[in-house]
Write a protein that binds this ligand. Structure first.
Ligand SMILES: Nc1ncnc2c1ncn2[C@@H]1O[C@H](COP(=O)(O)OP(=O)(O)O)[C@@H](O)[C@H]1O
Ligand SMILES: [Mg+2]
Length: 215
């Protein structure tokens, strides 16, 4: 279980704390989301969880152990908003290999299959892929390390309807065996499979009415 306790973050450049007393408990197989308006601190929350920033107070625990930033970077896979803008590889193969010491071909094929990109040419240029394929590739890059925690920043942003459905279905599958947290300004898109949701407002999380639609 991933746990946030009394998390506080107050950059010196902002008049008020961005996060102030955030409490959260997330379990594998129970996908969750945090909604909130633009500027409410959603991206900041993910950056703290995954160890790109350190909180000014409180703790982040995995299986009951408080983790430092380095440990959190190992635990979490973060998919940025518009991940396709951050592709660095000239080919799909290069993109997948970034940061990997050695990467067996079977592992690549396994992960591509997991995200529905089986058979994709590794020589293909990432910018030539369709919008849906690019999002899948960004997920594949994170899944290569098999992180127990997958964090997604606005995973539906900028996608048209059919591609969005594709990506949502994939996320639903990936949530089965790991902690999955989505932050989004459009929580209604996740109704039906996201188990728990909160609204980030004034630096703290308020539970959203149950997102799961009744059968
Ligand atoms: N390290 C920082 N220093 C100063 N301001 C920051 C820092 N991190 C985030 N902010 C500001 O905090 C606010 C919330 O940012 P963000 O987390 O990106 O919100 P959201 O993702 O919900 O739109 C923004 O106004 C942003 O400019
Ligand atoms: Mg954001």
């Amino acid at each position: 279980m991933l746990e946030l306790r009394s998390l506080r973050y107050h950059p010196s450049t902002t008049p008020a704390a961005l996060l102030d007393g955030v409490e959260l408990r997330l379990e594998p197989g129970r996908p969750a989301l945090v909604a909130g308006q633009s500027g409410s601190g959603k991206t900041t929350l993910l950056e703290l969880i995954c160890g790109l920033a350190d909180p000014d107070g409180g703790s982040i625990l995995w299986e009951g152990q408080a983790l430092n930033a380095r440990q959190r970077r190992g635990l979490c896979g973060l998919v940025f908003q518009f991940p396709e803008r951050h592709f660095l590889g000239l080919t799909v193969g290069q993109e997948l290999k970034l940061g990997q010491r050695r990467l067996p071909a079977e592992r690549v094929e396994q992960v591509l299959t997991r995200v529905g990109l089986q058979g994709l040419s590794l020589q293909q240029q990432p910018e030539r892929l369709s919008g849906g394929q690019q999002r899948r590739l960004a997920l594949a890059v994170q899944l290569l390390r098999d992180p127990p925690v997958l964090l997604l920043d606005e995973p539906t942003a900028g996608l048209d309807w059919s591609v969005r459905e594709e990506v949502l279905q994939l996320l639903q599958q990936l949530a089965r065996d790991r902690v999955l947290l989505v932050v989004t300004h459009e929580p209604e898109l996740f109704k039906g499979w996201v188990e728990e949701g909160w609204r980030l407002q004034g630096g703290a999380l308020q539970p959203l009415p149950r997102l799961r639609t009744m059968p």
